[in-house]
Design a protein around this ligand. Sequence first.
Ligand SMILES: Nc1nc2c(c(=O)[nH]1)N[C@H]1C(S)=C(S)[C@@H](COP(=O)(O)O)O[C@H]1N2
Ligand SMILES: [Mo]
Length: 368
Amino acid sequence: MADPLNPTPRTHQHGDFAREETRLAHRNHGVLLELLRHDLTPVGAHYLLTHFDVPWVPDAADWRLDIGGLVERPGSVSLAELQSRPYAEEIVTLECAGNGRALIEPRWQSQPWHDEAVGTAAWGGTLLAPLLEERGLGDGVVDVVFEGSDRGIDGGVEHAFARSLTLDQIRESGVLLAWSMNGHPLLPQHGFPLRVIVPGWFGMASVKWLSRITLIDTPFDGYQQRKTYVYRQDAADEGVPVRGLKVRALMVPPGIPDWYSRTRVALPEAQRLFGRAWSGHGVPIERVEVSADGEWHDATLAAPVGRFAWRAWHWDWQATPGPHELMCRATDANGRTQPIEPVWDTAGFGNNACQRVSVWVRDTAADT
Ligand SMILES: Nc1nc2c(c(=O)[nH]1)N[C@H]1C(S)=C(S)[C@@H](COP(=O)(O)O)O[C@H]1N2
Ligand SMILES: [Mo]
């Protein structure tokens, strides 16, 4: 680790991240790790992942959601009709399945997340399962397809962003049709006027700008369902679908940052390290450990704020002068925990390797 107080000059560089990756990183921002202090991520600071363009919705009063396929009463509903249904709200931690991708070697070229593709919001809307049941479920429903109004091309295939769930998955996860985030109407980039929220799953399942729900009698084979969001060891691997969040803890980096390297500088005194931990499918967090230079210690967990919400933790670190590396590691009620090193996946999905934070502890008080 370079000492941020005795920096080497920065230079011009070729190579490393492609221009396309950095452009995607500007469009799709992560949460600022210091904002992990908020139980609910402030709206606008929530991470963002939009594959294509944010659709233009001039007037939500003209917007309609189509419900069709294997239902006895197909048709469309307005936002006002949806909002007259029973209100449901759930605090849900969303995380992009590609979080950690940029830390896998070699790195798959895509949205280059390090560890910041996460956020927690109180999503308000109405439960989907009763709405579908009231429409009269047809026989032989295999998949329920959610289509967004955003369209684009990926891997040479033009498509609207679409994902599917089975009826059982919809019931078990308490899937919401959501129109609000922390009490505010959805921002355009988060799916205005209506999106799906699938608690406990990686973010790709929570289709934004929902325009159509179709019940079908065959497994959905859309691009975002079959071609991507699959764990694969190599290109020929049929793979395993990406579903629930993987167990993970993140800490708020202590001290103050060096602007460019983000290396932290702290004083040689007690530091209260603070962070969050979560897992998939509503499985509770049981333990968080923090390592200072390779020695692991149990952190103190705060009370959970919701079944699908991240849980706060803290640990007091006695910082001594010199360079240090901090790590944190969560374990869930199923005994799942995090690897120290990234686990290989071709497209960089599901990398829940322990976060590493470099801290340079100075031996004198800060200069003024
Ligand atoms: N229609 C549509 N829905 C979408 C996406 C998208 O590009 N289009 N991105 C998905 C992915 S990959 C993630 S991680 C989440 C991100 O939600 P957020 O931008 O509100 O944080 O939305 C999901 N829903
Ligand atoms: Mo994502």
